[in-house]
Design a protein around this ligand. Structure first.
Ligand SMILES: Cc1cc2nc3c(=O)[nH]c(=O)nc-3n(C[C@H](O)[C@H](O)[C@H](O)COP(=O)(O)OP(=O)(O)OC[C@H]3O[C@@H](n4cnc5c(N)ncnc54)[C@H](O)[C@@H]3O)c2cc1C
Length: 435
């Protein structure tokens, strides 16, 4: 017999499971479907899981600052019985270098001051006191490694940075999605894993459910696309791409793991650092390693992929360039012969801001285009999507009159229309993973 439910959530990553948790708490019968055999094993498992609060837009900042509180209070938020293995949030703080490219962070500082999100301005001396392995020579603008000026300082030095203390990272992102899945199950949420959605079913101008590759169907009046880097494929299956000004596309990314220089305990004394001067961000990684990601400088090619399952998972020049760029900042860094790290996909949107929205097909919703920067926002995205679905299913036209959503911790309203699929491209965006 065909299974029926109130809402089908395509994807059991950190955002799909957060939506399930919130809908289930609100009394919805939910089924998450995922082609993987475990929750959190899509792009969530490759995430650097950095929880930061500085964004180039005010809306991005307020959303991330709200989201921080759920990671801080993770066990309380989930409400799971004692004794469960929970993902750990480590509050290291995040230093962002002031550069010409980021307007010396004036906009970010203003956004955070309005929201009472704590920050400290650090001088160059303070940075060196905290990170004695650092050199503050400037190398901007970032260059590709075949450029004859690659690795040559430009004669200037970094003048300082801004430190955001209420930031950190989650040690096991896949486990955090499994925690959310368990929390959803406590409220009746179901999970069908190892099932690939092949067709979005429709009837009488409305979504009707999904059909899997094995022919089985599940029916529901609401279907939510939270398929990560496969989101555009699922939107295409649903036939909802026409009215979207913002598109999504899988983008391949490499993350470097290298040992910290000998004599410095980066795991315990290191920080998250975002450094536009060398176009890298870093964070501590267990085993006294340093994880290094790219800030997508203009000079670097973008590796778009067509197939979000069968793509090249080997390290390339991107790995080496990133490691060498970080070596500009940490001259004592050793770059091992054996490459270690992560190769995964962002679900990049046109303006690198996510889409949390309905679609032109009644009953079909999307939480996608997470652009390498929405892991941190999963808990609040889950709450906002649940509110959006209730709003639309109660007959409101979110395109005409966008939902105004009150953030529970900050008690401030946000306009959910900011995340619309048919918004104008947001020119305030950094057009990079920084959002
Ligand atoms: C390398 C990397 C580093 C990142 N670093 C950070 C960071 O530091 N901070 C931050 O905030 N964000 C970061 N992100 C972004 C963050 O990880 C993602 O935004 C987030 O994990 C997306 O979660 P999701 O649930 O939307 O998608 P996913 O975790 O990708 O889940 C989607 C699921 O859908 C399933 N699926 C797809 N198609 C189908 C189908 N046809 N049928 C059934 N199932 C299907 C997949 O199997 C998958 O499990 C990073 C991302 C990457 C790749």
């Amino acid at each position: 017999m065909t299974k029926t439910t109130d809402a089908i959530i395509i994807g059991a990553g950190v955002i799909g499971t957060a939506i399930a948790f919130e809908l289930a708490k609100a009394g919805w019968k939910t089924i998450n479907v995922d082609r993987n055999s475990q929750s959190g094993h899509g792009s969530t498992s490759g995430s650097c899981a950095i929880i930061r609060t500085h964004y180039s837009t005010f809306d991005g900042t307020i959303f991330a600052w709200e989201a921080y509180h759920y990671w801080r209070d993770w066990a309380d938020y989930l409400g799971l019985p004692d004794g469960r293995d929970l993902a750990q949030y480590r509050e290291t703080g995040c230093l962002v270098m002031k550069t010409e490219a980021n307007g010396y962070l004036q906009k970010h500082i203003e956004n955070c001051r309005v929201l009472d999100c704590p920050l400290e301005e650090w001088s160059a001396e303070k940075i060196i006191e905290k990170l004695p392995i650092y050199s503050l020579e400037s190398f901007a603008p970032p260059k590709t490694s075949d450029n004859p000026d690659f690795g040559k300082p430009n004669g200037g030095t970094l003048s300082g940075g801004v430190f955001w203390p209420k930031t950190g990272y989650v040690t096991d992102p896949a486990l955090s999605a499994q925690n959310l899945a368990d929390a959803a199950k406590l409220h009746g949420g179901e999970f069908l894993l190892g099932k690939e959605v092949a067709v979005i079913l429709q009837q009488d101008g409305r979504v009707k459910g999904v059909r899997f590759a094995d022919g089985e169907e599940v029916h529901a009046p609401v279907v939510i696309n939270v398929a990560g880097p496969a989101s555009s494929k699922i939107n295409q299956m649903a036939g909802v791409l026409d009215d979207m000004t913002i598109k999504t596309r899988p983008l391949r990314q490499e993350v470097v793991h290298v040992p910290a220089p000998e004599g410095f305990d980066f795991e315990n004394n290191g920080l998250i650092v975002s450094d536009a001067d060398i176009a890298c961000y870093c964070r501590p990684e267990h085993g006294n390693n340093i994880l290094i990601g790219s800030e997508d400088p203009e000079c670097d090619p973008h590796y778009w992929v067509e197939d979000d399952v069968n793509y090249d998972r080997n390290f390339t020049d991107q790995w080496t360039t990133q490691a060498m760029r970080f070596g500009q900042r940490v001259p004592s860094l050793g770059i091992p012969q054996k490459t270690k790290g992560v190769v995964d996909l962002y679900d990049a949107s046109t303006d690198w801001i996510p889409i949390y929205d309905k679609s032109q097909l009644p009953g079909f919703y999307m939480a996608c285009g997470s652009s390498g920067n929405q892991y941190k926002n999963a808990p609040i995205a889950g709450k906002m999507m649940a509110a959006l679905i209730e709003y639309c299913e109660n007959g409101n036209d979110h395109d005409e009159t966008p939902l105004q959503f009150t953030l529970p911790y900050l008690q401030r309203d946000i306009d959910v229309g900011f995340y619309s699929r048919n918004r104008k491209i947001n020119e305030e965006s950094s057009f990079s993973v920084l959002g």
